[in-house]
Design a protein around this ligand. Structure first.
Ligand code: GMT
Length: 378
């Protein structure tokens, strides 16, 4: 098939997932066309089946707000027509689903072809931004106009029905991870630099937005650090990073925390990590936690959103209510001090990640696509 993939090209989970999906589909022999405003960060391979189309947004002094959605829809039309796409798969509803609707109508008018549009909902497009009344009518309309809607967890499906007047069914297709990529041997030299005295290594990775509760990450680590020698790796960047650095200094633990910024080689960093902290206010799924589990790190998280669909209490890690840093710290300390249990839970985390292996999820997307193969002529 010839598949168009539209996503955010950044480090966020939706862009990562969409890029990994496109790469895997290309490996399966499909022709994949990425349509984004920048080369996606995980699109770091050469594959003859992968094409990249940059959305260029012409500016003009009149435009206080350059009309990205118009440029995106026009690029979609161009790619659909010139590369004879079979379908468009858009990730994150805003503004991708509405731009796809516009592109679909234009292609229909020009050629009579009805290009199928699949919209995958990822989380904040539904639970945070999409609900805003400045976006909601367009989000509801364009989701309903999609030929198929998928959500990355049961929780996100439920939230979508709760918050929007959706008239179609939503398929839950879980996010995935390539376990062979993440199940790597730790690089000894790297571990020694981070934890020269064999300290336990904890890690957090995100876009450092409010929803991630970065202050809770630092609080949990500070409690762990009081109980035992340990190091914390903070991967990613965003609005809450500065406050977290200040908090670390105020608590006197700045020497034990390394802020690594945005990183592409997540598998190398995860390979040296014992524990992954994700005390988010909400996660539709928590792809970063799944990647950590594939690298045999246990997960200490909240039980918000879809996290309970991947992190199993007492088996792959621990969960507590949002803001309950006391319980999360106690769980973390107890586990890090019990080597035998930690090893057992790391293995269980890996086994759980295997249930979400890329090899299990790609065929589900292919099956979904095949449902729309014959709806080309209206
Ligand atoms: O976590 C973020 O804020 C980024 C966001 C995104 O859209 O890139 O992540 C969302 O999609 C990921 C991939 O499906 C999920 O794993 C994350 O849980 C979800 N984030 C939230 O729901 C807050």
């Amino acid at each position: 098939m010839r598949i168009g993939i539209v996503c955010y090209p950044t480090f966020g989970g939706s862009g990562v997932l969409a890029t990994e999906l496109g790469k895997a589909l290309a490996d399966e022999g499909h022709e994949v066309h990425f349509i984004t405003y920048q080369q996606p960060v995980r699109l770091n391979v050469f594959n003859a089946n992968i094409f990249y189309h940059e959305v260029r947004v012409p500016t003009y002094p009149l435009f206080d707000y350059p009309p990205y959605e118009v440029a995106l829809a026009s690029t979609m039309v161009d790619v659909i027509m010139n590369h004879d796409l079979d379908l468009l798969h858009v990730h994150y509803a805003i503004p991708h689903a509405s731009a796809a609707y516009m592109a679909k109508q234009i292609v229909k008018q020009k050629t009579g072809r009805n290009i199928p549009v699949i919209t995958t909902l990822h989380g904040t497009d539904i639970t945070l931004v999409g609900k805003d009344k400045m976006y909601e009518p367009v989000v509801t309309f364009s989701i309903n106009e999609s030929d198929a809607i998928t959500a990355v967890s049961q929780n996100l499906k439920d939230e979508t029905f709760k918050n929007f007047a959706i008239t179609k069914d939503i398929d839950v297709i879980y996010n995935f991870v390539d376990v062979t990529r993440f199940n790597k041997k730790p690089i000894d030299a790297f571990r020694k630099v981070i934890a020269p005295h064999g300290e336990k290594i904890l890690m957090h990775a995100s876009n450092f937005r409010k929803v991630k509760r970065i202050d809770d990450v630092v609080t949990i680590f500070a409690n762990v650090r009081k109980a035992m020698p340990a190091k914390l790796l903070m991967v990613g960047d965003g609005p809450e990073r500065h406050a977290a650095e200040e908090q670390a200094r105020a608590l006197g633990i700045e020497e034990d925390i390394r802020f690594l910024g945005k990183q592409e080689q997540m598998e190398d960093i995860l390979a040296v990590s014992d524990m992954f902290l994700l005390p988010s206010e909400y996660e539709s799924f928590g792809l970063a936690a799944l990647e950590a589990m594939a690298a045999k790190a246990v997960v200490i998280s909240t039980n918000a959103g879809g996290l309970a669909e991947i992190n199993i209490q007492g088996v792959t890690g621990f969960m507590a209510n949002v803001g309950d840093t006391k319980s999360m710290s106690e769980f973390a300390i107890e586990l890090l001090q019990d080597e035998e249990r930690l090893t057992k839970m790391k293995e269980a985390a890996y086994q759980q990640a295997c249930l979400f292996d890329i090899s299990k999820i790609i065929p589900v997307y292919e099956k979904l696509y095949s449902r729309f193969c014959r709806m080309q002529i209206s």
